[in-house]
Design a protein around this ligand. Sequence first.
Ligand code: COA
Length: 155
Amino acid sequence: MATNRKKLQHFRKMRDTDLNDVMQLELLAYPFPWRRQLFEDSLSKPSYTCWVFEHENEFSGYLISSSAAGEAHILNLCVHPKLQGKGWGRKLLAEAEWIAKQHRADTCFLEVRVSNHAALHLYESSGYNEIGRRKKYYPAKNGREDAVVMAKSLI
Ligand SMILES: CC(C)(COP(=O)(O)OP(=O)(O)OC[C@H]1O[C@@H](n2cnc3c(N)ncnc32)[C@H](O)[C@@H]1OP(=O)(O)O)[C@@H](O)C(=O)NCCC(=O)NCCS
């Protein structure tokens, strides 16, 4: 008899007790990861939203965003490498936009490395437009790298 294995997906608020999992994934997913302190600060700010995504009961991703004065900023969006390319990033992004709307944001902003083709493709195909560049914004292997600044109207 075939096993009926239920696939569990779950978005929930990040807790302090998630920070070890968050850091483990952050170090795995980014060449220049955030420091733990940045996540701690994000968790402590009322205008910040910190969510995690679980898949089959495993810690699989997270998003950090902030909302104030009608603007939302997506600050970190991360999917575990073994689950990338399966649509979870797009779902997390939609979740971030839904949360931004709950906070009455009408525009969502983000920044992304010019070399991050996966993220750029995700954002462009989700309706984000380039509105500018920040020169040498990120540390990179050979010096610094530009950030593409993107925005999407949520109205
Ligand atoms: C960027 C990231 C969140 C995307 O999540 P994901 O679950 O892999 O993305 P999805 O599966 O939802 O794919 C979204 C789109 O991006 C495309 N994509 C995924 N990986 C890609 C890659 N390596 N190169 C180009 N396009 C890619 C998919 O094909 C899909 O487009 P489609 O629907 O037109 O086919 C994920 O790769 C990640 O966590 N990367 C490390 C952290 C990071 O860079 N975060 C972004 C910081 S700005």
